[in-house]
Ligand binder design. Sequence first.
Ligand code: PGA
Length: 258
Amino acid sequence: MGRARMTWIGTSWKMNKTLAEARAFVDGLVAARSALDGVRAFVIPAHTAIAAVRERLPADVPVLIGAQNAHWEPAGAYTGEVSMGMIADVGATLVEIGHSERRQHFGETDETVALKVAAAVAAGLTPLLCVGEPAGVRAAGGETDWVAGQVSRGLSRLATPDLHKVVVAYEPVWAIGDLGREAQPYEIAPVMEMLSARFRPAAVLYGGSVNRRNAAALLGVPGTDGLFVGRAAWDVAEFIELVRIAACACHEGRADAR
Ligand code: PGA
């Protein structure tokens, strides 16, 4: 594709990892430090581990740190919530917004997602806006319109110049988690190309049952700037393996890498 952009490769730990486990992961990153230079790597711990990861990670190891969620209000009577400013304060520069598990279990809507995307940008954070269609929409062939609608509504509170500050992750609901089905490149290509061409965000990532076997092929889908990985990256050695695949795809030129 001829673009000089570095490939993104990151993981959200979801509701996993104690502080000791989080620190051990960071130690694994540091041990594999040289592998990280060719990619834009990120790790998204649970809120409880963000500060520990920030403190353990040397400043010269190029790994971005994110949070899995934050509220849109800067402060106030919102028991159990944390603000964008709070997660920035403990070391996050990215914030995941609208993951399908939050939409499904915690009542996230396109409207709360839009509020959070705007609040993240206002706080100087990079929103990682997660979108994706459920299986029924895919079965009816409506995925591209569904995802375009989610992104349009999620970005609706941003000023136009800020649109390029957002990273979009396309994660079809049917592809995520233990019950998920691995997507084939041809299944995601129209959506990835639409996201890249229509919204021109900072990056478009793919997520959902990504692993070391399918990573290179998924990275080869036009419009794909990187991968967002759950289970297959929670072991640091596996994460580093994915980093190596992403670096290789970047250096060789994605279209020719396979
Ligand atoms: P998975 O999760 O890789 O375990 O399917 C992906 C995600 O939820 O982002």
